[in-house]
Design a protein around this ligand. Structure first.
Ligand code: GCW
Length: 689
């Protein structure tokens, strides 16, 4: 072989080996100095903490630190006391979390002083909507990391490696539980061969402090158990679940429990047998109780009826408050409809006073541009968690109504629907990793600001070691020309998406099925009304918006005073939620003096412009980012920009048919025409069916 060829091959090899593909997430920083660690206890978990500290230490060179299990009333189970030279905790997991916090502070230049750090929620879970065949419902980052089909349940070296990396990433942000499969659950998940694979996952996750949970199908006793019914009050059904739970705990002694989607979107449930959600949940809770397992019972229920969909979960669950066993938690999506770019909080938060309620957030961006759009979700979750419910007077935020500080409940929990798949960078978009990171951080500490989380993530994920231009003098230039602008872009990104998709409280006007792209017009004859966008926007010649005041569906009555009055009064309702709660004329005057129609046009236009600014901003960062990740993000921003324009044109041209008003002349003219967009959407809908 000629030397030049050999040389070329070597170059090629090194670029492929060292190409930045995002697979290291926010865990890229390596040790720059040595540390001595004293710890009198040993366990698999503590061993991980020691290795992490050794491999990541960037503190004083040659420092000696101590890891210690202590008795300390100030510390909750996962909490720790952090000091310059020590980490104390009451559990091994606490020490591990302390180690990750110490490293995070070193790697992001934050101070380490004597501090007690407890988690706000006890249970911080990811929900994977992964099917046993390896596909992922609403997954945009490749196939499942857990499942490859029921004929391929054997555990490979690759599986083990991936699960370990996954566990480490979760533990580093405090996530301590994971539901391995889709809430639209296959009954097969409870068959023995599948449970054996779940056990293999659980064995890898355990040392990282992560418990394993499964989503179960309510009809399992019939489908895989051969019983004639799944009636929760039937003794044989109860016995079946008891036996099944016993089998699971024999395999996974620290199994967390079940997640259940019942009588929702066609899934079976207790109502099939004339029983209530409480009957169903309690039956499972009884089976799990001897092992300290829990049931997370979802409140995502709605039926085609004359009742406003936004009201149905509350109507269904409020009468059951107080009837659930102690180990049942009701899992409620943040908003009353379905993970829209902006929703008010679900009125169930704080209203169920005798039952623990846990928020379900969606990290995977089903309705927010999937893995194409750059949208940092921490701001949305911060807005949600800090929302004032007024249930127990001022200060009863959603966060405090669910973290156990207001209602005396045994369990406090929060879940996020994962955005993880087998893609090299885990999440499809390099910036979507920030949402996984942010979920963990907020689940641990719901008072953290989105700005702090963004800054941490940027500093951990990028940095001098991946500069494209090695001449840059790190600290100063990097902060000013990279960290700050990229942080601002992240913080603005969700509002930009709201602007170009659904400003002013509009919701659910997506292209059908795939939920990607605009589709405000979609309403085929005979289709369930509550699955069509016109049901939600209610546009007509007089105006637009869903009237949820007392004159309309009266959904506002489900909120506590003074919020109900505030939302119901068009002058007090926040403009960001105006069309969620009110149907208003096209010439309704906004606070800035513009008409509603003009304001809509301005908002859509602003959204498009914001994304263009993101493109410019990102292009300017090229010197600071490795070529691979730079190009990947650049490419996605271009697509996002084109999508934003499509959203704007589609919605404005469609609604203009009702408003019959011109798009203000100082704004850019549409670049598409409505017929073309309708055709494009038809193809999209057909493909997604
Ligand atoms: O938003 C809808 C999704 C479904 C999902 C359902 C749910 C898992 O479109 O894909 O099913 O919510 O949360 O149960």
């Amino acid at each position: 072989m000629k030397t030049t060829n050999l040389f070329l091959i070597l170059i090629l090899l090194s670029t492929t080996l060292f190409a930045e593909n995002g697979s290291e997430l926010w865990l890229r920083k390596k040790a720059t100095s040595n540390v001595n660690i004293n710890c009198s206890k040993s366990s698999a978990t503590i061993q991980i903490a020691l290795n992490e500290l050794k491999n990541g230490w960037q503190g004083e060179d040659g420092a000696t630190i101590e890891l210690k299990i202590v008795k300390d009333k100030q510390l909750k189970a996962d909490g720790f006391r952090l000091n310059k030279n020590s980490i104390q905790a009451t559990t091994d997991a606490g020490l591990l979390y302390g180690a990750y916090e110490m490293l995070r502070r070193q790697h992001t230049g934050q101070e380490i002083r004597n501090e007690v750090i407890n988690s706000d929620y006890n249970l911080r879970l990811l929900n994977h909507w992964d099917n046993l065949n390896g596909s992922i419902e609403r997954g945009y980052a490749g196939r499942s990391i857990f499942w490859h089909g029921t004929d391929s349940l054997e555990v490979s070296e690759n599986d083990l490696k991936k699960w370990k990396e996954y566990a480490r990433a979760n533990a580093s942000v405090g996530i301590n539980g994971t539901v391995l499969n889709n809430v639209n659950a296959s009954p097969s998940v409870l068959t023995t061969p599948v449970l054996e694979r779940a056990k293999a996952v659980a064995d890898v996750l355990r040392p990282y402090g992560i418990k394993t949970y499964l989503a179960v199908n309510f009809a399992s006793p019939e489908v895989i158990g051969g019983l004639e019914t799944a009636d929760p009050l039937d003794p044989e059904v109860k016995a079946w679940w008891n036996d099944k739970v016993k089998e699971i705990y024999a395999l996974i002694p620290d199994f967390g429990g079940f997640l259940v989607k019942a009588n929702s979107e066609g899934q079976p449930g207790p109502q099939n047998f004339g029983r209530t959600h409480a009957d169903g949940a309690n039956m499972m809770a009884e089976a799990l109780q001897p092992y300290n397992g829990i049931v997370m019972w979802r409140a995502f229920v709605y039926n085609p009826s004359d009742e406003d969909r936004a009201k149905q979960a509350y109507n269904e669950f409020m009468p059951l408050d107080g009837q659930f066993h102690e180990n049942v938690i009701i899992q409620v999506k943040n908003g009353p409809i379905d993970f829209q770019p902006r929703e008010p909080f679900s009125p169930l938060f704080g209203a169920m006073k005798h039952t623990p309620v846990m928020p379900e957030l969606q990290i995977t961006m089903e309705y927010l541009g999937q893995s194409v759009h750059l949208v940092f979700l921490a701001t949305m979750w911060e807005e949600f968690l800090k929302s004032e419910t007024w249930q127990e007077g001022a200060g009863s935020t959603v966060a405090r109504c669910t973290d156990g500080s207001i209602f005396n409940q045994k369990h406090s929990a929060i879940a996020g629907v994962a955005n993880i798949g087998l893609d090299d960078n885990w999440c499809g978009h390099d910036f979507a990793q920030a949402n996984w990171y942010a979920f963990g951080r907020q689940a641990w500490n719901h008072s953290l600001s989105s700005a702090q989380i963004a800054e941490e993530w940027i500093k951990l994920t990028f940095g001098p070691d991946s500069f494209n231009d090695k001449e840059i003098t790190p600290e100063f230039e990097w902060n000013l020309a990279f960290v700050e602008p990229v942080k601002n872009m992240m913080l603005e990104s969700r509002e930009a998406t709201v602007n170009y998709m659904m400003p002013l409280g509009l919701h659910h006007i997506f292209s059908a099925h795939a939920h990607y792209g605009p589709g405000p017009w979609w309403a085929p004859p005979g289709m369930r009304k509550d699955w069509t966008p016109p049901y939600y926007h209610q546009a007509d010649s007089l105006g637009i918006g869903f009237d949820r005041t007392a004159a309309g569906s009266n959904a506002i009555s489900q909120y506590h005073e003074p919020l109900a009055t505030q939302l119901g009064d068009v002058n007090m309702c926040p403009e960001s939620l105006l069309l969620w709660f009110h149907h208003l004329p096209w010439d309704y005057q906004m606070k800035n003096g513009r008409s509603l129609w003009d304001e809509m046009c301005y908002r859509y236009d602003a959204g498009v412009k914001q994304v263009r600014t993101f493109q410019q901003l990102w292009d300017k960062t090229e010197r600071f980012v490795d070529p691979e990740r730079f190009a990947a993000v650049q490419h996605k921003l271009t697509e996002q920009s084109m999508n934003a324009l499509e959203w704007k044109d589609a919605c404005l041209l469609y609604f203009q048919q009702f408003s019959k008003l011109p798009i203000p002349y100082e704004l850019e003219r549409p670049m598409h025409n409505l017929d073309e967009l309708l055709k494009r959407d038809k193809v999209r809908v057909r493909r997604s069916q």
